[in-house]
Design a protein around this ligand. Sequence first.
Ligand code: ATP
Length: 311
Amino acid sequence: MSEDVSVVVVGSCMTDLVSQAPRLPKAGETIHGHRFFIGFGGKGANQCIQAARMGAKTAMVCKVGRDVFGNDYIQNFKNNGISTAYVEQTENAATGAASIIVNDTGENAIVIVAGANMLLGQEELQRALTAIVNAKVLVCQLEINPDTSLQALRMARENHVKTIFNPAPAIADMCSDFYKASDVFCCNESEAELLTGLSVTSVEDASQVGLELLNRGCGSVIVTLGPQGCVVCQSRNMAPKHIPTTAVTVADTTGAGDSFIGALAFYMAHYPTVSLEEMARRANLVAAVSVQTVGTQTSFPFRKDLPTELF
Ligand code: ATP
């Protein structure tokens, strides 16, 4: 079954528990909110969902708790056509959760408990080995143990599987081996700043920072720039290329970066002869659809919702 999986994501699942209230409570205080909802999140799962909705055959390698949130998350993957053969449940920690309080002016307070995500390790990767080495593209981030992400990237590279690495959330002292293990290193402005110490406020800054990251050993670098699209750096001998995007009416940008990366993974797996710049152009347009609807995974478009020129 795993032979025909084109995109494998090794990463996180988080359940978002969102309360909307007039204001954020003070320490020790109890207040009444006016809305509560549960959402599916986690960068790994988000990226996998977007790739699957584009039409990629996907498998998620992750760990959830043996609890109601874990059960629901597995059902969510199945509802999106994602293989759950490598989604493991543990008794030893709860499913990763983000408790989020949002006030009426949009400010928030968030507590993330990574829980079961941190128990994903070498043994689980070994059980998913067939899927990883037979994939076209492997995608990793940093919401799980970084050693697990690095090992997954290495397993893929050793087997000529293309890798996309999204260093999010960024860690200042990230192991330099991540660069060499990345065919495509894809980060946003703040991650690029944290990793290089250079400030990124313009397309020119992003180009410079992209070249700096390229020098650290990545195959290619993409720096995403929100409404300005992204910058693609492919080699020291080629000028970085700004890929602008279209102006849209924004409802909620949460998860835009994950939509972009999920779409990119789909294109790398299914259109390997298309240039990286063209893939980035198309991924911009997919992510631009996601920002026009509220929510994270709920805003990610399906193939049927996208213009045929993107395929
Ligand atoms: P987030 O943390 O909100 O998920 P991010 O900071 O990781 O996102 P961004 O660089 O903000 O990533 O956005 C990723 C991509 O989403 C951009 O490269 C672009 O293609 C698209 N995008 C984001 N914001 C907008 C916007 N306002 N208009 C159009 N496209 C957008």
